[in-house]
Design a protein around this ligand. Structure first.
Ligand code: PMP
Length: 374
């Protein structure tokens, strides 16, 4: 295939073409994208080398932090907007209103600029300042509201719905309970990409859930291709899904809270309703394990990730240990989601004071504490 980088323009001090491995050229895309939207998805699947070498499994992370709005939720935002347009709920110059921990809002804010809509975001006031600032810089109208449970009418989602009901030509995209927009985009994009990127040899998939769109869409697609692919829910403390799956729907235990943002759920959302039944298992990852993995990924893999990604990788690593090798002695391929980068949380995750307030400094191995720079 024709190389897309014109090597002749390199000065003699640049790398020679021989030094640039073949895989780099294979990743070059030959087509331009159709605006911002066309740049969403088709993210790399990264082999996490040091973790894979320490385990009996190949630990593979889907690099969703490389989406143009910086997170896995660019896909959901796209699915929600396309669904609302298709259903005739969103008309030219309309307003998109959504309740979000931040990332869906960021994806929506980008898309609304690109497609000529207004964007109104309701979010719990417990979320990081970085996310709120970014949303405002992207032109969204942001309403940080007290973080109260879903059954309280003042919950951010209900406030978003009421806002959309009260104004003309507005749609509440309802990411938690709109499988047609959210779950569907993962069924049609993330799942098939993982299948293709592993040539159909993926053995297991695990990720945490917020709306559940990612887990449900990917799980449903992978099981439709091969029902033996193991799909496991990874929960932060305080989320009910692991206990729900472990107890076959009998329990919804909810102990403690977590430093992770954007994940953890107290109910079975519409996105998850069908696919929680086909999950093979679920487990809870303590914050201490997530933060230790976050610093390890930075130190050994050179990847700067948010806490939900670190939790996902800790879950995939644990799964690799629990499942062991395949019956024929081959290494299992375990895929997880690298949801977003640490940029959105750095004032917390790299602040000694903040980590101390959460009792997490000691969870970070001594030789990695040099990264606590704030
Ligand atoms: N990680 C982060 C950082 C998120 O913002 C979210 C979504 N809130 C998720 C993971 C979970 O994705 P989903 O909503 O598809 O379950």
């Amino acid at each position: 295939p024709k190389r897309l980088i014109n090597l002749s323009i390199r000065s003699s001090r640049c790398l020679s073409s021989k030094a640039i491995p073949e895989f780099y050229y294979r990743n070059q895309q030959s087509a331009t994208t159709n605006g911002f939207i066309g740049a969403i998805g088709n993210t790399p699947l990264i082999r996490l080398n040091s973790l894979s070498e320490e385990s009996d499994a190949e630990i593979l992370g889907k690099a969703e932090f490389m989406n143009p709005g910086g997170s896995v939720k660019d896909r959901a935002a796209l699915g929600l907007v396309l669904d609302a347009e298709e259903k005739g709920l969103l008309k030219p110059r309309g307003t998109v209103v959504e309740g979000t921990a931040g990332n869906t809002g960021i994806g929506l804010a980008h898309l609304c600029r690109a497609r000529g809509y207004k964007c109104v975001i309701y979010m719990p006031n417990t979320q990081s300042a970085e996310k709120i600032d970014l949303l405002r810089m992207l032109g969204a109208e942001v309403h940080p509201v007290p973080a109260v449970a879903f059954d309280n009418p003042q919950n951010y989602n209900h406030q978003a719905k009421r806002h959309a009901d009260d104004i003309e030509n507005a749609v509440w995209t309802n990411q938690f309970d709109n499988p047609d927009g959210n779950r569907a985009i993962h069924l049609h994009t993330t799942g098939p990409e993982i299948w293709l990127q592993t040539n159909g040899t993926v053995d297991a998939f695990t990720c945490s859930t917020g709306t559940g769109g990612t887990f449900a869409g990917v799980t449903n697609y992978l099981k439709s291709m091969n029902k033996d692919i193991g799909c496991y829910i990874a929960d932060p403390p305080g989320s009910v899904l692991a206990s729900y799956v472990q107890s076959h729907g009998q329990k919804m235990d909810r102990d403690g809270g977590s430093i992770t943002e954007g994940i953890g759920q107290g109910r079975i959302t519409e996105n998850m309703k069908d696919d929680v039944k086909i999950a093979d298992g679920g487990f809870t990852v303590p914050d201490a394990d997530s933060i230790a993995m976050l610093y390890r990924l930075l130190d050994e893999e050179g990847i700067y990730l948010g806490a939900s990604s670190a939790l996902n990788v800790a879950a995939a690593f644990k799964l690799g240990k629990d499942l062991g090798k395949n019956a024929d002695g081959t290494r299992r391929k375990i895929v997880t989601i690298l949801c977003d980068g640490a940029y959105r949380y750095q004032s917390r995750l790299f602040s000694r004071k903040w980590l101390e307030s959460k009792g997490l400094v000691d969870a970070i191995p001594q030789h990695l504490q040099k990264y606590i720079v704030l």
